[in-house]
Design a protein around this ligand. Structure first.
Ligand code: ZN
Ligand code: ZN
Length: 79
């Protein structure tokens, strides 16, 4: 697979990753790697234990999808 963004610019780059959201092929320069936390909440009967594991899940994403997801995380402006 080729990098979609590079291909649109007329550059021939081999894709090294695929965007998990849109499925676009991405080269090293156009792929963003995010780390998803792996969490568990275990109910022991006498209380809950929240665990965040040391190893994260890698997630490859393109610039467009990253932007679309990040816009939701932002708090509304107070102005
Ligand atoms: Zn590229
Ligand atoms: Zn994408």
């Amino acid at each position: 697979m080729k990098c979609y963004i590079c291909a649109k610019q007329g550059v021939d780059s081999e894709a090294v990753a695929i965007c998990i959201v849109c499925g676009m092929g991405l080269c090293l320069g156009h792929a963003f790697k995010e780390a998803l936390e792996v969490k568990d909440i275990i109910d022991w009967g006498f209380g809950e234990e929240k665990i965040v594991y040391p190893h994260t899940l890698p997630r490859f994403i393109c610039a467009e999808c990253k932007l679309a997801i990040e816009q939701r995380k932002r708090k509304p402006k107070s102005e």
